[in-house]
Design a protein around this ligand. Sequence first.
Ligand code: FES
Ligand SMILES: [Fe+2]
Length: 358
Amino acid sequence: MSVRMHIPGVSDLTAENKSPFVYNQWYVAALSKEIDDQPLARTLLNEPVVMFRDGDGEVSALADRCCHKALPLSAGLVEAGGIRCGYHGLLFNGAGQCIEIPGQAIIPKRAMVKSYPLQERDGLIWIWFGDEQTPQPTCDAPNYPVHNDPNYVWDGDVYHYQAPYQLIHDNLLDLSHLGYVHLKTIGGDAKIHMNADMKTTTEGDSVTVVRHMPNVTPPPTYSAAFPFKGPIDRWQEIDFQVTHLKIWTGGADVGSCDLNDPNRGGFHLKGFHGITPESETTSHYLWTMATNPALERESVLQKVIDQTAFTFDEDKVVIENQYRNMKQFGNQPMISIHVDSGANRARLIMERLRTQPA
Ligand code: FES
Ligand SMILES: [Fe+2]
């Protein structure tokens, strides 16, 4: 079967009036740890944004363009009351209003820049991208309690991809690739991955893929972080949402727990994956990885983070290579195989939501 795909720069088989991105969503703009006393510039959904933390610790996001002479505000300085432009010193608060023009008493009403709704929750900074009808959020940003769970330790990083967001979705929804791409860390026998018992379900705008692999050899990352006795029962639970995925993978000694028990033991990797388009053809990948340390907390965390970064570097190489080749070969059909069910469903959801005008 051939697959209908929207791949920017390669083919666009969708209706011409579709927006390139899905709007009316909370996207991950940054990890909390990225924003300290310096401004952070990041282009999100084709819009250059500057983020900064004021004297009260509140994070704000403004259009990265001074309304005086258009210097990027990210070239300025953060102060307790806001961000000061680095050209003529206009000071803007978190709402985007100019609150000081050095040497001028009257501040014109038009002296303001666009501000974006922002919420910082559980170590993640979320930004609302609404359409013209819905510029303000219709709900709170998602929470992520794993980051506050005392049973887990976590850290994360932000990667930039020379590839469209859809290809990162595909990769994360299809973990059969572990046996071919990630042999040094979380892989294992490729045939076992390709033959895993797999269940895919759709509910509203989300997709869930659950995969079980009983009685298998633990892969290197698992063995390095957890004292398994021998073979393990492995699980992979993927929860796709429009702007992010939560992926819970892990393993337990064979027969030691029920793989459907949400409170099961063993070794856990709980990954958070924020996929935020920079443009139609480039993406930000904001990830965190949490684990339940059975051994010494800090050394287990370091091992898990180092091996996760190594693993995600491998994905980046594959996905960017894949996208380069798609552009090279142009609009040629692709086939779909059994492991693509989750990715195909997610793609249908994104296509449906992209029909909304920007
Ligand atoms: S360009 Fe920003 S103050 Fe002049
Ligand atoms: Fe991967």
